[in-house]
Write a protein that binds this ligand. Structure first.
Ligand code: ME8
Length: 533
């Protein structure tokens, strides 16, 4: 039976479900949004490469007061507003080379049905302490529209302008309205047990500790409906209320795999999600509220929530009002798509905060990509084209130096697999680029240009070892730089059906004709630099 994306269903395949946050449509997509989506894409691509059936979901979060206010400010109704601006996020995905399998909008019909079903499932069940999960009350307290979040008085600070602000810096306003509550206070012990039994459920470990200590302080019941505006999904049975936008938004992750049809093939294959990738700003929603909502509805919590760090721009917070938003399209135009993908995954240890600077971007692309990897490819492939008959050379017996390089290259797959299982994107790249550095040293030491006259058989062995190393480097880097690595693998004449982990040990076939080599990574030259003396 065909599956979304035309993949045949093979029950023996392992599944992998990765999600990005669904982004608020009132913002312009910037490097921060691109970062999370790219991290998901690298995981999705690697897992497909590694034989998993993958579902990669992203989309837009379109309800709530914040979007309603932006629509009002633009003078259009919220549906027309979201129809227009969600396109900005949708269009960014192909520009980033993202291989998402679906794009969800929370204003879709399938999603309203799913939200109403999760609400009913929560309402029909009891908490671990035997109480109703949902009850009607009245909310009075502080609310930050920018965060779409409720805050305790004790969490707020008052600025010199006299305005009260949430820890995120968002202004809060006083809200009083009838509201349904979720009895989160009954779920604290369950959550603490869930973190304890599943040490990988929240990553990195520092975030797990942060979340667990928040829960240990005691949880308040959570207001999950609003009555003072109507841009949202109606509460079943009480249509004066719309659902709190975070309950609506989080539910997207199950809508896309078929909820409420829990018996559907897609739901069974993909739920629980393997990784919800998020920024550290929204870890509480994903690692506290979401697992509690799911458990309350009788559904399994996700396997893992991973919260990455925050990008600044040349040392400054990125914001529309500061006018320093880095538009991914501009970056790609200036530096190239795979260069940007590589930089974002390599520059900052994943999980930590990072700073974008043009100087750092240029350094990475010129050093790691143009000098180290690009140059290695260029040296080896143009040498083979000129001196080895433009075909894969035939190796003779290996010497220790050859074996050392080949063994280290062979070992990369399990390292990358282990690192990516923990979202160690930069460490996986470190392992691959250590082999690239070894290969560069190996070319210098073996000097195939000298062997050409003195020992052509040895020259063939050296070139073969280098090409085999490049093949494995190319295979692994496909997830990060799909376009350029396709070019590299083409130049090595690796057949299209031998580009996944299953073909890891299928070495190049001596004698295979090679296409003409072409450069992989141009050096970035700043305007004017090329003409300087
Ligand atoms: O929070 N650095 O949407 P949002 C790194 N709709 N990542 C950044 C970033 C930066 N400077 N700026 C944004 C929402 N991000 C909700 C999510 S999910 C059920 C609902 C990324 O548009 C990061 O992933 O405010 C962050 O968590 C997300 O964008 C916030 O996107």
């Amino acid at each position: 039976m065909p599956f979304a994306g035309g993949r045949a269903i093979n029950p023996a395949m392992k599944s992998f479900y990765v999600t990005s946050p669904i982004y608020y449509v009132n913002d312009v997509p910037h490097i921060g949004h691109a970062y999370t989506s790219l991290a998901c894409d690298v995981l999705a691509r690697f897992m497909r490469f590694d034989g998993h059936r993958v579902f990669f979901l992203t989309g837009t979060d379109e309800h709530g007061q914040k979007v309603a206010k932006s629509a009002a400010a633009a003078g259009v109704d919220p549906q027309a507003f979201t129809d227009k601006v969600s396109q900005n996020f949708r269009a960014l995905l192909p520009a980033l080379g993202c291989s998402n399998d679906d794009f969800i909008r929370t204003t879709e019909k399938r999603h309203a049905a799913s939200c109403q079903a999760i609400w009913k499932a929560m309402a029909a069940r009891k908490t671990p302490k035997g109480n109703d999960n949902i009850y009607l009350g009245a909310y009075s307290g502080w609310y930050a529209v920018r965060d779409e979040a409720y805050y305790e008085e004790s969490e707020l600070t008052t600025g010199p302008d006299g305005k009260k602000r949430a820890p995120s810096g968002a202004e809060v306003e006083w809200v009083e309205e009838p509201s349904y509550f979720f009895r989160l206070s009954d779920w604290g012990d369950w959550l603490l047990e869930w973190y304890a039994k599943n040490p990988d459920a929240v990553g990195p470990a520092s975030r797990r500790n942060e979340v667990a200590s928040f829960v240990k302080q005691g949880l308040q019941d959570l207001s999950i409906s609003r009555t003072t505006f109507d841009w949202g999904i109606k509460v079943p049975g009480d249509e004066k209320h719309v659902m709190y936008v975070w309950l609506d938004a989080l539910t997207n992750y199950i809508t896309a795999v078929g909820y409420p049809d829990v018996d559907s093939e897609r739901f069974k294959i993909f739920w629980p999600a393997s990784v919800h990738m998020v920024g550290k700003d929204i870890v509480r929603f994903h690692a506290v509220y979401w697992p509690a909502f799911l458990a309350a509805a009788g559904l399994e919590p996700p396997r893992r929530v991973y919260a990455h760090g925050w990008w600044t721009n040349e040392g400054q917070k990125i914001s529309k009002s500061l006018g320093n938003v880095i538009e991914p399209n501009k970056l790609i135009e200036t530096y190239g798509l795979d260069q940007v993908r590589y930089f974002l995954m390599r520059e900052v240890p994943f999980g930590q905060d990072g700073d974008f600077s043009n100087a750092a971007m240029i350094r990475r692309m010129n050093t790691d990509l143009a000098n180290d990897l690009g140059n290695l490819g260029q040296r080896v492939l143009s040498f083979v084209a000129k001196n080895a008959g433009a075909a894969v050379p035939s190796p003779g017996a290996y010497l220790d130096a050859d074996r050392a390089l080949l063994d280290k290259a062979a070992a990369m797959l399990s390292i990358v697999r282990a690192e990516l299982a923990q979202q160690g994107f930069h460490k996986a790249l470190d392992a691959v680029f250590a082999v690239v550095a070894d290969a560069n040293r190996y070319v210098d030491a073996q000097a195939p240009w000298s062997l050409r006259k003195t020992d052509p058989a040895r020259m063939a062995t050296v070139l073969y070892a280098l090409m085999e190393t490049l093949r494995r480097v190319g295979l692994l880097l496909q997830a990060y730089m799909p376009g350029t690595m396709a070019k590299l693998l083409d130049q090595l004449a690796v057949p299209a059906d031998k580009r996944d982990a299953g073909a890891w040990d299928e070495a190049l076939v001596p004698g295979t004709a090679l296409p003409a080599p072409q450069g992989l990574f141009p050096r970035h030259v700043e305007a004017g630099e090329g003409t300087k003396k």
